[in-house]
Design a protein around this ligand. Sequence first.
Ligand code: PLP
Length: 370
Amino acid sequence: MRLPIRPNVLQMHPYVPGKPISEVQRELGLDRVVKLASNENPLGPSPMAMEAVRKVASEMHLYPDGAAYELRHAIAGNFEVGPEQVILGNGSDELIALLGEVFLSSPEDELLTGDPSFVRYDAAAQIAPATLVRVPLDPDCRFDLEALGERLSPRTRLVFIANPNNPTGTIVRRAELERFIDQLPEGCVLVLDEAYFEFAAADPEYPNSLDYLRKGLPVVGLRTFSKAYGLAGLRVGFGFAPAEIADAIERARSPFNVNALAQAAGVAALGDEEHLRRTLANNAQELPKLVGLLENAGAKVPASHANFAYADFGFQTRPVFDALLRRGVVVRLMPDPECLRISVGSAEEMEFFSVQFAAVMEALPQMANA
Ligand SMILES: Cc1ncc(COP(=O)(O)O)c(C=O)c1O
């Protein structure tokens, strides 16, 4: 059978997520598995969000509110933007794809981003198909805004900057970002993917997409309920865009892209300041410890402003990944085979990690000789 599947689609790779806990338990017969692979919230969801989901569960035979009125207005109120500037998606993943659909229509169009960065930007270009331009990060594993500026052209339609960046956790600072924004060509939109915003927000030099939106600049900010808000399983992302862009996304999206449980949970999670505070406190306490462990083991770790650390070991890390997995710790392999990305867990999970990691690193020379 020869089906007319578009060749650019066949060149794409399916997204490989972090291994789910249940899969590792099943395959390796383990009771205890700690997942430090997808930057989820180790404290779980907000109790207020769980209560909200319980309340709406009896109405799941009904379609959700297609306009997501309450969630849209809760976000608008919380972040002081107009409801017409709020965009909502089935995870911010969907918003990335929708931005591609709205702005990219041919290989003449370019999507500019960093390398390595979040792989779904690549997919947004490949599916169009548009031309993907990836600029290597600088030696500190940060987006290299000067090099990115040199690659801007009249064909650049979208620039994606993950801030903090996934997988490196590094940030771009306000002054350098503003110099870059000044160079954007006519008709080019800058997307600041702020999936880890809450973890970085306390840094005085960390820029906020909302400041640029309020100035009327062509900037879209993407946020998510999946990370600090602890709702990854419900799939709900949001963002802020100039009304004209939000309107285009509204036309392109599927009718009920944010389900009813996710809408209710999102409203409740936004109101649960205590849960967010605890989440940030846990991260502030555990991230430096994680970085310390990795650095003591000889890895290079760029300055992370997120809830994960990117460790460059300088040797092939697959054996470390496999050995950790057999001991019930799931971390994330990276396109660079000498690197791993490890999420911050709860204090108790990090204790477990530190014991397993020490054992793996100790056994490493024997593994290399085996
Ligand atoms: C930088 C970045 N953007 C977007 C996403 C997608 O998040 P979600 O679709 O869960 O909102 C992720 C998830 O890991 C991410 O790291």
